[in-house]
Design a protein around this ligand. Structure first.
Ligand SMILES: [Zn+2]
Length: 253
């Protein structure tokens, strides 16, 4: 057991739904304007042992750094045991102000990744994890998913720890770029209309005689089809021909 006090949530949340329910039981504090993105670099992903490691980190904050008990970064991402799937460890309860960036603790939540970002960019799994955490937090706190200026109080959104001029750190790691992280965070942001537009474009390709004929000619030229399909207007066959022709082009054939 720990004696880190009531600000230490010490909770493992394995899905976006679990995080959503956890947040729903709490009022979003009015001080929250920003989310700061970090990496721990130590413990690394392979050293991480879940809540045991989290307790160790918070013991270090309290005993070595002299921070108040249970007060540090709010969120830690790391592998679960024994599944190794990345899950969310809530450390300092997000209704309370935490500690993570000098001079920016009064309006920021902090999200740590147990990952050495100076050596490797975030993996697909880390990005996916980070994205659902950010999306749920954004819904709860009304935090816009956009980069903000960590030097300006009225600016709201996300920032890397290193974006602070006085950070003196590469956090969340020199191999981790704003572009890759924001692309992951925005991935599910397509509206139904945008999805429909893409699907419609594909279907119109199928009904576009020229595209279908060109695909068929391409496949005949490569010896995949031996003759023109007599019922060549059938959508499923044309769709297959167009797809196959695209695959061949990708392979340089
Ligand atoms: Zn940091």
């Amino acid at each position: 057991m720990t004696d880190f006090g009531s600000k230490y949530a010490r909770t493992v949340l394995r899905t976006p739904e679990e995080f959503r329910n956890f947040l729903a039981m709490r009022p979003a504090p009015s001080w929250g304007k920003k989310l700061s993105i970090h990496h721990t670099w130590s413990p690394t992903e392979t050293q991480w042992r879940g809540l045991t490691s989290l307790d160790g980190v918070f013991r270090y904050y309290r005993d070595v750094r002299g921070w108040p008990p249970g007060v540090g970064p709010h969120f830690f991402g790391g592998p679960d045991y024994p599944s190794k799937r990345w899950v969310l460890f809530v450390a300092t309860d997000p209704v309370y102000k935490g500690i993570g960036v000098a001079g920016r603790n009064s309006d920021s939540w902090h999200l740590e990744h147990t990952w050495n970002g100076d050596k490797h960019p975030f993996s697909a799994e880390v990005l996916e994890f980070s994205a659902w955490v950010v999306r749920e937090l954004s819904l709860w706190a009304g935090l816009p998913i956009q980069w903000c200026d960590p030097h300006v109080s009225s600016s709201t959104g996300l920032y890397f720890h290193r974006d602070r001029r006085d950070a003196g750190k590469s956090c969340p790691g020199t191999k981790v770029t704003h572009e890759a992280v924001m692309a992951a965070y925005k991935e599910d942001d397509m509206t139904p209309d945008e999805v429909r537009a893409i699907v419609r474009e594909e279907i119109e390709q199928v009904w576009d005689t020229a595209a279908g004929d060109a695909a068929e000619a391409h496949l005949m030229q490569r010896g995949i089809l031996t003759k023109k399909h007599p019922g060549g207007k059938a959508a499923s066959i044309r769709y297959m021909n167009i797809t196959l022709s695209r695959v061949l082009k990708l392979l340089g054939k």
